[in-house]
Write a protein that binds this ligand. Sequence first.
Ligand SMILES: O=P(O)(O)OP(=O)(O)OP(=O)(O)OC[C@H]1O[C@@H](n2cnc3c(O)ncnc32)[C@H](O)[C@@H]1O
Length: 214
Amino acid sequence: MLHYVTTNPGKVREAREYLGDDAVTAFDYDYPEIQSETLAPIAAHGARAAFDHVGEPVIVDDAGLFIDGLDGFPGPYSAFAEDTLGVERVGRLARDAGASRATFRCVIAYCDGEPFSATPDSVDQGRRGDDLAVEERATATTDDTVDTAGVPVKLFEGVIPGRIVEPRGTGGFGYDPIFEHDGTTFAEMSTDEKNAVSHRGRALATFSEWFAER
Ligand SMILES: O=P(O)(O)OP(=O)(O)OP(=O)(O)OC[C@H]1O[C@@H](n2cnc3c(O)ncnc32)[C@H](O)[C@@H]1O
């Protein structure tokens, strides 16, 4: 069984909607997080720690909102900023600074304790939005396997550009009310609609393609 290790029920809802109810079980465990300016090492080390704790295949998912005009703040500190400032205040900070452009990123890290064989279909199958205008660019990529003290972890990243706006909508969780993509905030979308465009949906798409081959 594949365990989605998180303390955030919103992530589990989206993963289940995407992968299917029976594909993953939620495992509520607050794995120790390292500090880093990028999400990938945090997710990789989290997956290793979660695998050590659970002892079965795990996914961890580290996400962050990167506001261009605030030099990427809150980025990897998004959970801390939500807990301390709150979503509305982060939104106001961005708008007051005239900084509406932002990117949501999600890195999914998979670990089952086994090495990954580099079959032609299992790596470097990421889709890039290079043919899209920069403003619209959204990417979902598989990254290299990361070795965390002898245990390999596989990473999948999803990225979506958007704008910080005044809060709208009641769905979703976290920063969804202030993150607008194509005129609609994530909180105004159903889980399905959000998954179709979101950072997490894109990361889940490349993960599930790869996992089906494993
Ligand atoms: O680490 P776990 O236990 O998985 O749960 P978390 O909520 O702390 O997870 P993150 O560190 O990945 O989340 C960073 C912050 O970004 C928020 N967040 C993550 N994904 C989001 C999404 O899809 N939409 C809106 N906010 C999101 C989340 O609420 C946190 O405040």
